[in-house]
Design a protein around this ligand. Sequence first.
Ligand SMILES: [Zn+2]
Length: 155
Amino acid sequence: MCSLCKEYISKENVIYESHFWFVMFNRFPYLPGHIMLVPKRPIPNLEDITVEERVEMINELIDAQTLLINALQNKFGVTSSNIGINLGPNSGASIPTHLHIHLVPRRPNDSNFMHTCTFSGFGERHDPIMYDKMYSNARMWIIEEASKRKIKEKL
Ligand SMILES: [Zn+2]
């Protein structure tokens, strides 16, 4: 069983779930507020997703993206985001056996693409106490926003 399957069972970092997918906080966030959309089935590749899972995937991706913006735009200054999937053994995926889609909220001057991908950003990252506070606040605001969503099953 991979770490994402264990995360789904433990629910510690799971924000909400739909029929085929769940949304969780990344345990090792590229930036504060980094969440992931993950299929409940441990499938490695996009082509393994069924038609029903595909339909739900795009709905859930849009909902998760909307959630991030609603949760973090005003309180955290989030203006943008990166959405990405690492596919295959040479993509840099840390868990290549279980597909997952990264959603990373972005603020002005928070970092750039390479810093984000290599965990080597600047600014708040050089102040661990400030960074921990930002991470905790982003997590709290996302949970608050998710709790407003009546269409989702609250955990
Ligand atoms: Zn798994």
